[in-house]
Design a binder for this molecule. Structure first.
Ligand code: ADP
Ligand code: MG
Length: 593
């Protein structure tokens, strides 16, 4: 085939594919245009998950009658004049592609009136071709209706997900912008149902209440930018109490200068701040707003403008992680008993005995799950303020929430301890619980610089691979601080003279090899993280295993120790240490209520 230029229409269809991937991309572009136009009310109507109709109406500046056709040309924009402007973009749009792209793959109707114009204009387009133009009476603002999306691109149509999925994506998207722009009144209707309505009061909390309800909102911790902080990057927003968590990251939303962005690194910065506070595979809620000089961030990476590049990525990571972590550490004031949600029985842990569940987050598929003990069961004493004394490096510590007093009943499967407390039944994972106990013990010793070491009478000879030797050399100091006394013994062998006392009867050589394996796989440059890593491994090695029968005295000792832990509900790796079956749950399961 010879080389030729694509016909215009085909070229714009191809280009449209970059901007308009699916219905929610249309909503995104139209809503962003409304925000850029200074709208204070944005009304969105969707039918059939956007396949049939998507209409966005705003009361913004409107489009001047003599410019309206131009707005539908590719690369036509009122938001950018020169290459210099590209350096410091303050609007959500700037590429001048959206209207042209959407029009190319749909039937579109636009009615708009600019403030200065006596009348509005009504345009009808099909596949980007102008079908009609009329003068129309209209209030100031713009209404754009998009029908039959992708009717002329069957390949795209085939790849659309179910109506339900598209609906959900639109819900999620509009929710994000409603949260980021609380001063704008949003109303989203899908079919005949209003799925989101906000008041435009200007308060993010009001939007959170409208979206998530009071129970969840009360468990969110507000992050405020430090007023005295002179740094140009400001971070604020809301994150969840560790008790409120989800099975995926979709509740972590990031905004840079009012633009919703996707950024794995910054999302990870939020997750990192919850280190050891959440069970493995559970994620927090995060609504993170970042404000920074526009020159420091490139938003022109992709036509959808969802990916950005930061000039200083490392600094951004630190700023987000620090902001979240410092507020997690400092949540005492919000933890007055009055603010605790009513007891819930919607634990959906690994055991499927929870009968009925009450969705606490009405608009999401995931239910919040407690990492172990029902938080509402905390005793009144939990209100006490207490200094966290077992904080290693910079790690966040939960506030001192003690367990209620428990009575040991027995052991099941040589793996779990059954105990009874004022709030019902507790099943405790003996290994996870012991790991937690040892971890806090070790950190306390460490902080006082007096890790208890236990000498090995015979010494244990260990043969190492070259990479293991290198690691050992590199982390010698760290290991010595933790109570490992190691002597070189030939080129690739060492003798262990002493180990942390916490290891107890565990195989010392296996423990050290485990530490080396973790150091090798983790590759975390942060010192505090390395120390915690080693500490976790030592405690894992030292903890009683599943399959070990415990005497009543041993179980009781363990429960007493767990009761005084700072963070008794999760093991250092974040897995739950216990499952709580409340009295109410028991009654329900037995049909007593
Ligand atoms: P961009 O937003 O990148 O400028 P678009 O194709 O989305 O490109 O829009 C083209 C132009 O049409 C915008 O620059 C703006 O001037 C105008 N426009 C689009 N939507 C609206 C709206 N809802 N209200 C006012 N003007 C609008
Ligand atoms: Mg735009």
């Amino acid at each position: 085939m010879s080389i030729r230029l694509l016909p215009d229409q085909l070229a714009s269809q191809i280009a449209a594919g970059e901007v308009v991937e699916r219905p929610f991309s249309v909503i995104k572009e139209l809503v962003e245009n409304s925000i850029d136009a200074g709208a204070t009310t944005i009304t969105i109507d969707v039918r059939e998950g956007g396949r049939e109709l998507m209409q966005v109406a705003d009361n913004g500046d409107g489009i001047a009658a003599d410019e309206i056709e131009l707005a539908f040309q590719r690369h036509a924009t009122s938001k950018l004049a020169s290459a210099d402007d590209l350096e410091s973009i303050k609007t959500l749009g700037f590429r001048g592609e959206a209207l042209a792209s959407i029009a190319a793959v749909s039937h579109m109707t636009v009615v708009s009136r600019a403030a200065g114009d006596p009348n509005g204009v009504r345009l009808v387009l099909e596949a980007g071709n102008l079908i009609s133009r009329k003068t129309a009476g209209a209030p100031k603002g713009t209404v754009i209706a998009v029908e039959n999306l992708f009717y002329n691109v069957p390949a795209r149509l085939k790849f659309l997900k179910t109506v339900g999925t598209e609906k959900r994506l639109i819900d999620e998207f509009v929710t994000r912008y409603a949260l980021a722009y609380p001063e704008i009144r949003f109303r989203l209707t899908q079919g005949n149902r209003v799925t989101l309505q906000t008041t435009g009061s200007g308060s993010v909390r009001d939007v959170l209440l409208a979206v998530y309800g009071p129970e969840t909102t009360e468990q969110l911790i507000e992050i405020t930018a430090d007023a005295g902080d002179e740094r140009p990057v400001k971070v604020w927003g809301f994150v969840s109490d560790p008790a409120l968590n989800w099975s995926n990251r979709s509740n972590i939303n990031l905004f840079v200068n009012g633009r919703w962005i996707r950024d794995n690194r910054l999302t990870y910065a939020v997750i990192q701040a919850y280190h050891t506070l959440l069970p493995v595979g559970r994620y927090p809620f995060g609504l993170i707003f970042i404000e920074m000089p526009p020159e420091e961030v490139d938003v022109n990476v992709h036509p959808t403008k969802v990916e950005v590049r930061f000039r200083d990525e490392g600094m951004m990571f630190g700023a987000v992680q620090r902001a979240v972590r410092s507020h997690l550490l400092d949540t005492e004031p919000t933890r007055d008993m009055g603010a605790w949600p009513a007891p819930r029985d919607n634990y959906q842990g690994p055991v499927s005995w929870s009968g009925t569940t009450t969705p606490a987050v009405s608009r999401h598929e995931d239910q919040p799950v407690q990492p172990g003990l029902d938080w509402s069961a905390r005793p009144a004493a939990s209100n006490e303020t207490g200094e966290s004394t077992t904080d290693l490096g910079d790690y966040p510590t939960e506030p001192p929430v003690r367990l209620p007093m428990m009575r040991v009943i027995g052991q099941v499967g040589a793996a779990y301890i059954i105990a009874e407390g004022p709030e019902g039944l507790y099943l405790i994972d003996q290994h996870a619980a012991h790991e937690r106990i040892l971890y806090e013990e070790l950190l306390a010793e460490w902080q006082q610089r007096q890790v208890v070491s236990q000498g090995l009478v015979a010494g244990a000879a260990i043969y190492l691979s070259p990479s293991q030797s290198t690691l050992l050399e590199e982390y010698e100091g760290l290991l010595a601080n933790l109570g490992f006394q190691i002597e070189a013994f030939g080129p690739n062998a060492v003798v262990l003279r002493a180990v942390p006392a916490i290891l107890g009867k565990a195989d010392p050589a296996q423990a050290l090899l485990g530490v080396l394996a973790d150091l090798e796989s983790e590759r975390q440059p942060i010192q505090a993280e390395l120390e915690a890593l080693v500490a976790r491994r030592v405690c894992k090695s030292g903890a009683v295993k599943a399959g070990q029968t415990l005497s009543r005295e041993e179980m009781e000792a363990m429960i007493r120790q767990l009761e005084v832990c700072e963070t008794p509900h999760t093991c250092p790796h974040g897995r739950p240490t216990m499952i709580h079956l409340s009295a109410a749950q028991l009654a329900r399961q037995f049909g007593r209520t």
